[in-house]
Design a protein around this ligand. Sequence first.
Ligand code: HEC
Length: 101
Amino acid sequence: MKLTQKITTTIAISLMTMTLPIQAGEGENIYNQYCMACHGTGIGPMARQQNIWQPRLQQKGGVDGLLKSAKTGINAMPPKGTCMNCTDEQLHSAITYMTTF
Ligand code: HEC
């Protein structure tokens, strides 16, 4: 194996091992950064409280349904929860974090 190949392989492997834990906690990271200001204080429905989220999950069609209103905003909930750069996947993972009991 050439040296450059070795270096590239080493970088690729270390990138893989570095990004995995970040992805696993991405929903939590986004929640902490953008959503906690309201969903951790009672301004919005409190995160991870089943009695609060279960009815919404059932009425809106699970996390996918909640994602729709989170994207457009609903009442005092701002569009995308103020995370304007968030992708659907990132918002989905933040909502999944909030609705895990
Ligand atoms: C400025 C305060 C605020 C921030 C920041 C905020 N929310 Fe909300 N959110 C609310 C309020 C208030 C509601 C309740 C709206 C209602 O149903 O009247 C809500 C409701 C929701 C709902 C339920 C929607 C539904 O259809 O029932 C979801 C999902 C949600 N927020 C996701 C998020 C996510 C994800 C973030 C962060 C990326 C976020 N919110 C950030 C205030 C906020």
